[in-house]
Write a protein that binds this ligand. Structure first.
Ligand SMILES: *[C@@H]1O[C@H](CO)[C@@H](O)[C@H](O)[C@H]1NC(C)=O
Ligand SMILES: *[C@@H]1O[C@H](CO)[C@@H](O)[C@H](O)[C@H]1NC(C)=O
Ligand SMILES: *[C@@H]1O[C@H](CO)[C@@H](O)[C@H](O)[C@H]1NC(C)=O
Length: 508
């Protein structure tokens, strides 16, 4: 019977206790009862003292007994602090540290001011000296407030091809930390020419527990850069994020790292080396873009990986994102699409139109490509190589696969660029894309291309992408041409939606 055996078991357990309670046999040892009472009194007293003392320290037990009201407030304080800590990360929890210089800020601020919101963002541009006294107007209100970095002349810097400013910029995270600002969960470092897409940045960081030690960012696109600098660091131009507890560890040893890795070129590389000492690896997020490429980033951005767009960098070194527009106007244009649906910016989807044997690839908010033949899903999802490597201007290698952008107009896609966005109500948007006017010069004379050239634009409908999607298993969304919209005024209507069961971009 289970019951009796259970009882036996309990009694067995009790047996040794009973033995302990019974008076010790005289044969073992003899202690006078008074002495025992004395020991007991000391024990009880010290036990009480310990309980009270620790309770006072950790739980305010003394105030609990003397003042019930205080206890309640105390409990409320603890629980509200806990809930605040558990609330999801928002923009107020990020402290930005931007590496700048007094001399170049007026030239670089354009990119920073595209994303910086003075009322909601926290952070500083760290300068090498006070900004231009006298001649310059006061510090622009649209820029992040500035701080002047501490003197770094005592540190070693021995990289012959680099600049000493790397030491100063590496220390921004330390100087930011030491400001002791409240409720900082993440320190986000960036260059003065980094464009952050902050809604997506917040979304990406909120996936991670800020109470743990995280180092989040991305590598360089050019393998030569990753070989020279490192694969294990977050590149500073694309920006990287350090959680508060990790920053606390980093700050303790950073100055030593700067001297120890004096021959390292960049500030980001010195931080990366320090992280190796702590033992925290880089968590790679595919939306951070260092843009270490030469030429046009078009191919890369029109086949963006399935991850939210977090940052762009080096936009002064590559061709403008949109042909015929200035660099800064181009970014403004992209930001316009981004604002209406942050999570969807640059998200890729494509379909085969089997009634015409066309392939259509949409990079939301940026571009549509039309091929008047069937291109495999593998090829469509691979970036066209419209760029060269960063330092040696070579054809390869990159940290991702590319496909050749043919010079033959009969192998190239017909390209359309984002032109406008409209709120369609019910949480939907329309974005439209126009033919690239600069591509008319070199045409393919084939018949299938003639039909494709008749298309003047695309008008794309999409539901605003729920950022919660990034917490789920990733899958590219699907799209299709909308019924009855065939070639109305040469504009094709497309709908982007989540894919159905058993749906794939597979030729018959
Ligand atoms: C951000 O979260 C904190 C709680 O941690 C909250 O007090 C604050 O109002 C939030 N701010 C915004 C802009 O949502
Ligand atoms: C599409 O391509 C296939 C295979 O090349 C061909 O059999 C079919 O006739 C084409 N369809 C149209 C509508 O051109
Ligand atoms: C795209 O389609 C929507 C809905 O029909 C329309 O309101 C919008 O004006 C169209 N945009 C263009 C540029 O055709």
């Amino acid at each position: 019977m289970p019951r009796s055996s259970e009882m036996c078991y309990i009694q067995d357990l009790l047996k040794p206790c009973k033995n302990l309670i019974s008076p010790p046999s005289k044969s073992c040892f003899m202690i006078s009862p008074n002495f025992m009472k004395g020991i007991l009194a000391i024990c009880i007293f010290s036990a009480l003292f310990l309980v009270c003392f620790s309770a006072y320290n950790f739980h305010g037990l003394i105030s609990r007994t003397s003042c019930p009201e205080c206890t309640r407030t105390f409990r409320l304080q603890v629980s509200s602090r806990e809930t605040i800590n558990q609330q999801s990360t928002n923009i107020s929890h990020i402290l930005f540290g931007i590496g700048g210089s007094a001399e170049t800020w007026s030239k670089r601020r354009g990119y920073c001011e595209l994303w910086w919101r003075p009322k909601t963002h926290r952070g500083f541009v760290w300068l090498d000296q006070e900004p231009g006294e006298g001649a310059e107007p006061p510090w622009p209100k649209t820029s992040p407030p500035y701080r002047v970095s501490a003197d770094t002349s005592r540190f070693k810097y021995t990289c012959w091809y680099g600049s000493r400013s790397a030491v100063r910029i590496a220390r921004i995270v330390k100087e930011s930390f030491e400001l002791g600002l409240k409720n900082v969960r993440w320190f986000v470092m960036g260059d003065d020419d980094t464009v952050f897409f902050t809604e997506n940045l917040v979304k990406v960081l909120s996936k991670y527990d800020h109470n743990q030690m995280y180092y989040i960012g991305g590598n360089s696109e050019s393998v030569e850069q990753d070989l020279t600098h490192s694969y294990t660091m977050g590149y500073g131009g694309g920006g990287f994020a350090i959680s508060y507890p990790l920053a606390a560890e980093l700050v303790r040893i950073l100055d030593g790292c700067i001297d120890r890795y004096a021959d390292f070129y960049g500030s980001d590389q010195k931080i990366g080396a320090c992280m190796s000492e702590i033992g925290v690896p880089l968590t790679k997020e595919l939306g951070f873009h260092q843009i270490d490429i030469q030429g046009s980033p078009y191919g890369l951005l029109s086949a963006h990986p399935l991850a939210p767009l977090v940052s762009l960098h080096h936009l002064d070194y590559v061709q403008p994102l949109f042909p015929g527009r200035s660099r800064i106007d181009s970014v403004k244009r992209l930001v316009k699409a981004y604002k209406s649906d942050p999570a969807r910016a640059l998200q890729h989807s494509f379909y085969h139109d089997l009634s015409r044997n066309w392939s259509v690839s949409v990079s939301w908010g940026y571009t549509v490509q039309l091929y008047p033949f069937l291109v495999t899903g593998k090829d469509l999802s691979t970036p066209l190589q419209t760029f060269l490597t960063w330092r040696s201007w070579s054809q390869e290698p990159f940290t991702f696969n590319t496909r050749v952008m043919s010079l033959d107009p009969c192998e190239r896609p017909v390209i359309f660029y984002f032109d406008g966005v409209k709120d369609a109500g019910k949480g939907k948007t329309w974005t439209w894309y126009k033919r690239n006017p600069y591509m008319r010069r070199r045409r393919c004379e084939r018949e299938d291309y003639a039909a494709a050239y008749l298309v003047k634009g695309f008008n794309v409908s999409a539901a605003v992408l729920d950022p919660q999607l990034w917490n789920k298993a990733p899958r590219r969304q699907c799209c299709e041409v909308m019924n009855g919209s065939d070639d109305v005024d040469g504009v094709l209507k497309i709908r982007i939606r989540s894919c159905n069961h058993w749906e794939s971009v597979t030729p018959p």
